[in-house]
Ligand binder design. Structure first.
Ligand code: CA
Length: 507
């Protein structure tokens, strides 16, 4: 009996340690500690997809910086080192009554709004065309409603025209488009076509539209499941069919996608065999196993594959370590061809916190969340998608499946892990425009630049002053001071002001 009691007590202790550590880690706001990376590519992309953010804001979600003040999420991201924003585009994510399918209702207009706001804080935009009216992934690549009956010739023309027109709309809104994805996770098809010849023609139509729009914009092709050697054959296929592209991208979710060394090897294959840049277009990691919105999460208490690929704690520290590790794996691609990493939907938090609620209180809050998701499209799918996507979205519609993988707590406060996007940079790194080295872009920077350009003395070392190069053109002029004034006045800037840059390494 005594042994049974001791066993029971040991079990209790283990349970307390287990759950105690989970809860503590979710609530902790202490700084995380991250070792820097010496990036081969000094402009290594430290990106984030925040496609759902407009719908979330419409749902009443606010974002709060580390100091506890409400702030524009794009400023919070830039302040913490994010230098690139990714946004998905669906052609027509609405039913015949104009009700949104959900998942952020990410049409072209929404992408333009996100791109414009990102540019206001110096961040470039990756436009992720799904060429579908809703989610496209290895399980489904449905053509947009308007394209369903088109021949392959007409579909290529429609894809070209849609790409060109969308990019113009997004650029004209003020976005700084740096890269375009021709399709999303297109392992087994794109825009309703799955034979290789049609796929290659559609990729090429999209690529040509991007080249005509702006030859400096990168064209990316995106696959997933890097744990499967199959995706290496896609690099061969793109080469064999003469698809013109710059970046071979994959998703990497450690729960499902194999080891980091395999990730590097896979990216190396495309980079070394065909001279392409390589990138992780999506990754994420939970900072907690708790759900906060009443919709089940993809990684949860009973589904968290603690096997060899989930190497980190489910805590802000573990989340930051995952981001660092994936960046390191991409940076390990040979010859500096590792272009960067995008975190997927790092702000898709709850529209109404259910943490700590139970019984009827829990049920009624979840019911309220459901009405918000339906009204604003801020859940992963709304019921209105059923006509277009009956077997998935129409059946399982609801809220966020990744609120526990965001960089924001349920109340919208930035987690300490968000800082990984700046902390991963080596010593000597700085923000473009920060002429006095304070870490902030403010009016003092403009004053310092003005004095420097007028050959007047400042107390700032010249090496630091030169970081005031707000537009990143390599020289410090009075125009940089003007950019700073516009930035501070929340006017359009159209240059990389405020983004964190890797410093020149010494020694
Ligand atoms: Ca959830």
């Amino acid at each position: 009996m005594k042994q049974v009691i001791i066993r029971f007590l040991s079990l209790c202790t283990a349970m307390i340690m287990l759950f105690g550590s989970c809860r503590a880690s979710a609530a902790e706001t202490n700084a995380v500690s991250i070792a820097p990376i010496d990036f081969q590519n000094p402009d290594f992309i430290r990106g984030m997809d925040v496609s759902s953010v407009i719908a979330l804001e419409q749902s009443g979600v606010v974002f709060i910086n580390e100091q506890g003040s409400k702030e524009d999420i794009f400023k919070i991201l830039a302040d913490n080192g994010v230098n690139y924003i990714r946004v998905r585009v669906w052609n027509d994510p609405y039913n015949a009554d104009g009700c949104g399918y959900g998942g952020g209702n990410n049409d072209v207009r929404t992408a333009a709004e996100i791109g414009k706001r990102a540019a206001g804080y110096g961040m470039k935009l990756l436009v992720d065309f799904h060429y579908s009216d809703f989610w496209a992934d290895p399980g489904k690549q449905k053509a947009p409603k308007a394209w369903i009956d088109l021949s392959i010739d007409d579909k290529c023309a429609a894809l070209y025209d849609f790409t060109a027109a969308s990019l113009r709309t997004i650029r004209d809104a003020g976005a700084m488009i740096g890269m375009v994805q021709i399709g999303n996770e297109t392992n087994f098809g794109i825009a309703g076509e799955s034979d290789r010849n049609s796929m290659a023609r559609l990729y090429q139509a999209g690529s040509q539209a991007v080249r005509a729009f702006d030859p400096d914009v990168f064209v990316a092709i995106h696959y997933t499941n890097p744990e499967n050697s199959y995706i290496r054959t896609m690099a061969d296929f793109l080469h064999d069919y003469n698809v013109d592209y710059d970046v071979f991208a994959t998703s990497y979710y450690p729960c499902w996608h194999g080891s980091l060394s395999n990730l590097t090897d896979t990216l190396n294959y495309a980079a070394a065999s065909y001279g392409k840049y390589a990138m992780v277009a999506e990754t994420s990691y939970p900072y907690t196993l708790d759900d906060s919105d009443g919709h089940p999460n993809t990684v949860s208490e009973r589904n968290n594959n603690t096997g060899e690929d989930m190497l980190w704690d489910f805590s802000p520290q573990g989340q930051a370590e995952e981001v660092r590790a994936v960046m390191n794996a991409v940076n390990s691609v040979n010859n500096g061809m590792g272009l960067g990493v995008f975190y997927w939907e790092g702000a898709w938090i709850t529209v109404g916190d259910v943490t700590g609620l139970s019984g009827k209180k829990y049920q009624s809050r979840v019911a309220l969340n459901q009405t918000i998701w339906e009204k604003f499209g801020s859940g992963w799918a709304a019921s209105f998608c059923a006509g277009y996507d009956p077997d998935d979205g129409g059946k399982w519609y609801g809220g966020s499946a990744v609120d526990n993988q965001a960089f924001f707590a349920p109340d919208g406060t930035a987690l300490p892990s968000l800082r990984v996007f700046a902390d991963v940079l080596p010593e000597g790194s700085y923000r473009l425009g920060d002429a006095d080295g304070s870490g902030e872009i403010d009016v003092i920077d403009a004053t310092c630049i003005g004095r420097y350009c007028a050959n007047m003395p400042t107390d700032i070392p010249e090496e630091t002053l030169l970081h005031g190069d707000a537009d990143g053109d390599g020289s410090l002029t009075i125009i940089d001071a003007t950019w700073i004034q516009r930035y501070l006045a929340d006017m359009e800037v159209g240059c990389p002001i405020g983004v964190w840059k890797q410093g020149i390494l010494k020694g």
